[in-house]
Design a protein around this ligand. Structure first.
Ligand code: ZN
Length: 387
């Protein structure tokens, strides 16, 4: 076996796409066990543009693999000065890629991540990517919307993020000028292919199913609030301390705390209806927040309600006249000036809450590649999936 890994060939201007190059290489090599599409930590500073790295696991020998990769990279649109493609060819079994390869290859971080991904293991999902005929690159995509929604309905929830029903958006069809016509994400290759088969569109030039870490939350690490740093993505627990506030542009901010540590959390405008869930939080609610942290702010991808505040303290009403009582002084309870009645403490009022315990998430149209949709299951509380 030989592992061929590439990254960072995405050229925004010329419409190249790393997955396309991997598909080409896989076709030319033949004898392919699998093609991996690895989404790298979305928070890292020196990320590649598509934030993806690819690996082809092939029975072709290393010399021939190297020749095919060289040829494909030469043909790739590397004249773009912002593009810095990396390739690694590792002889042997994908499960045995040696750690020292990283030291030898220096800065080819993305390609190395892809080369070592199979060995690192973890959870895998699938994406069936369909590519456009080359003369059509950069022109509007011809994809029949109704066929996409019908195919998505049929395969849900085994295929996810194909569409966003509330926004009426075909999420599987990209807006960038690259070669991808659409990408169908699913639990297994057959489901992804079956959805693709049902989509009516312009001619599909080529198609390949990738094994991916998409939809797995592979980027999230559980941490205490006090250990959170910029540049990583977390799952942290805290109590809402600063209530949600909508600012200019429709972005919603709130703060959580644990002990002396505070963390600002944000749901930005593109997360659409998710912001209503965040706005429904109140000070005192106990939550788990998930997302990447940058500039001291956690960009919410999902959150879980652990405990909801269900009562609030209010000034008591006078038992005789029914009017609102007044404070009798600090720690002195309340009194009614007219009737002379006294109450030791505040009254409690039940709060109507628009949230329930459990998980809430951004809609499909705002999902990060690597974020796990709630509908995939495996969460530790009830889920409220968006579709
Ligand atoms: Zn009174």
């Amino acid at each position: 076996m030989t592992v061929v890994a590439i990254d960072d060939t995405d050229s925004r201007e010329r419409g190249m796409c790393t997955t396309y190059l991997a598909a080409l290489i896989a076709e030319r090599l033949g004898d392919v066990d699998r093609t991996l599409l690895v989404r790298l930590n979305p928070a890292v500073e020196h990320k590649t543009r598509g934030n993806a790295a690819l690996a082809v696991h092939t029975g072709a020998d290393p010399d021939r693999s190297l020749a095919v990769v060289r040829d494909a990279l030469d043909g790739a649109e590397t004249a773009d000065p912002d593009t810095n493609p990396g390739a690694v060819v590792v002889p042997g079994d994908p499960g045995g890629v040696p750690e020292r390869v990283a030291d030898q290859a220096g800065s080819l971080i993305g390609a190395l991540a892809a080369a070592g991904a199979w060995r690192a293991g973890g959870e895998w999902t699938y994406e069936c990517l369909a590519y456009r005929e080359r003369p059509r690159w950069g022109t509007p995509r011809e994809v029949n919307r109704e066929s996409v929604f019908a195919a998505a309905d049929r395969a849900y929830p085994d295929a996810w993020d194909t569409v966003d029903r509330t926004e009426g958006e075909t999420v599987c069809v990209p807006h960038t000028p690259g070669p991808v016509l659409y990408g169908i994400r699913g639990e297994d290759p057959d489901t992804a292919r079956a959805v693709a088969d049902r989509i009516e569109s312009e001619p599909v030039a080529r198609r390949r199913v990738f094994v991916t870490n998409q939809g797995t939350d592979a980027h999230l690490r559980a941490a205490a609030l006090s250990d959170v740093r910029d540049g990583y993505a977390y799952r942290v627990e805290g109590t809402v301390a600063d209530p949600p506030e909508t600012r200019e542009g429709g972005h919603v901010f709130m703060g959580i705390r644990e002990g002396d540590t505070r963390l600002r959390c944000a749901a930005f405008e593109p997360t659409k209806r998710f912001r209503d869930r965040v706005r429904a939080l109140r000070a005192g609610d106990r939550i788990i927040a998930c997302g990447e942290v940058g500039g001291g702010t956690l960009k919410l991808e999902k959150f879980a309600v652990r405990h909801l505040v269900t009562t609030e303290r209010v000034t008591p009403a006078c038992p005789d006249c029914g009017r609102s009582m007044e404070s009798a002084g600090r720690g002195q309870g309340y009194r009614c000036r007219d009737c002379g009645t006294h109450r030791d403490r505040a009254a409690e009022r039940t709060l109507e809450r628009d949230l329930e315990p459990g998980w809430y998430e951004v809609p499909p149209c705002a999902r990060r590649h690597v974020s796990k949709p709630l509908v995939r299951g495996g969460f530790d509380a009830p889920v409220h999936p968006e579709r």
